[in-house]
Unconditional design. Structure first.
Length: 378
């Protein structure tokens, strides 16, 4: 019976060890993730490292894909990520990336992008964003967008309330930009980026829904209709003043914070990184986390977003699930220690009983000899 109990204790010890070995990697990873849950840049590093362990050629493959699609900026972002992770790249690859960047940085390319951004209001790179922001700073771009959407609103047609609210807010911010001599520049650029991303149809559904609700409160509809009816693109200063009067600054706090975060991303990581973020972020909290990643990672941001997508902006698993891995590891450790205690106690008890039985056997075996000796002596 004692031997059976000892066998059960040993089996429990072995089972706890096997279970602990299986759980430990998950518990360790969960602990690291939970420790970094408030640091989006650290979380992104953890996930990138895991992805690179599974596929060491991941960065080189993405550089080739980016060059093939003509996206030199994305290719350069992967080169920056490779340097950060001490991953060696062929000289031929880095040269091709440098050549592609140099080609896109030519004066002709910049002038073409600037003109496109100024006229159409669409921004895809630094050049076109410069043109778009220039148009908005001179109020031409925002007035154009407000007048177009206001006419749709007045005629009962489909109206993009998001573009309308962003353009109206932009006119108010433009005035602040001039007053502060550029101090509100990141906010101005952020509003322009969000507006142009929306117009290009690249804004995430979550942000569209959130921003649509927010911008409806920002604009005084009747005042805006009156301003547009009496204004004209040919009189930009007067029209801008009238439209600004329809802007409810006290309702624009959340919208302004989002625009600031987008502006921070653009300043730290570039226009395309901001556009990529607007495609995947579903709410203002995720945009704020993206801004922290951009400020920490700079030029690597686009590569991180390309590899991780929205996963870069939130926990891979819920906090409850991660906590359960740690709780499971603690239970397993408790079971392992309990099994050690039980095994030790039962092994000790078994050894003591066995030793006692052997002494008794030796005593019983020696008894006839002692009795025989006593008889002879007697």
């Amino acid at each position: 019976m004692n031997r059976v109990r000892l066998s059960f204790a040993v089996a429990g010890l072995a089972a706890s060890a096997v279970l602990g070995t299986a759980i430990w990697p998950h518990a360790r990873d969960a602990g690291v993730v939970l420790a970094a849950r408030d640091d989006p840049a650290a979380l992104a590093d953890l996930r990138i490292n895991a992805a690179l362990r599974d596929n060491p050629a991941l960065i080189a493959d993405n550089i080739e894909a980016a060059l093939a699609s003509g996206d030199a900026d994305l290719a350069a972002s992967f080169v920056a990520l490779a340097r950060e992770k001490d991953i060696a790249l062929d000289d031929s690859i880095t040269k091709r990336v440098d050549d592609a960047i140099a080609e896109q940085a030519t004066t002709m390319h910049f002038a073409k992008g600037f003109a496109t951004g100024l006229v159409t209001g669409n921004a895809d790179d630094v050049a076109s964003l410069s043109g778009t922001v220039a148009g908005d700073l001179f109020v031409f771009g925002d007035i154009r967008d407000v007048v177009r959407e206001s006419k749709h609103l007045a005629m009962g047609e489909d109206t993009d309330h998001l573009v309308l609210g962003l353009a109206t807010a932009g006119l108010a911010v433009t005035a602040a930009t001039y007053v502060s001599v550029g101090g509100a520049g990141p906010l101005r650029a952020g509003l322009t980026l969000v507006k142009d991303t929306r117009k290009a149809g690249r804004l995430s559904e979550g942000l569209i829904a959130w921003a649509g609700r927010s911008t409806r409160e920002v604009v005084d509809g009747p005042a805006l209709k009156e301003a547009v009816a009496s204004g004209s693109v040919l009189r930009p200063a007067e029209t801008a003043s009238a439209i600004r009067a329809a802007f409810r600054a006290e309702k624009a706090g959340a919208l302004v914070r989002v625009a600031k975060d987008v502006g921070r991303i653009g300043e730290a990581a570039g226009v395309r990184a901001a556009r990529d973020t607007l495609k995947v972020a579903e709410n203002p909290k995720e945009l704020a986390r993206a801004a922290r990643i951009a400020e920490a990672k700079g030029g690597q941001t686009r590569a991180i977003l390309k590899l991780l997508g929205r996963g870069a902006l939130l926990l891979v698993a819920g906090t409850f699930n991660l906590t359960m891995w740690l709780f499971g590891a603690l239970l397993t450790l408790f079971g392992f220690l309990s099994s050690i205690k039980a095994t030790t106690e039962r092994a000790t008890a078994w050894w003591l009983r066995r030793s006692k039985a052997r002494r008794l056997q030796r005593q019983l075996a020696a008894a006839p000899v002692a009795l025989a000796g006593a008889a002879v002596q007697g």
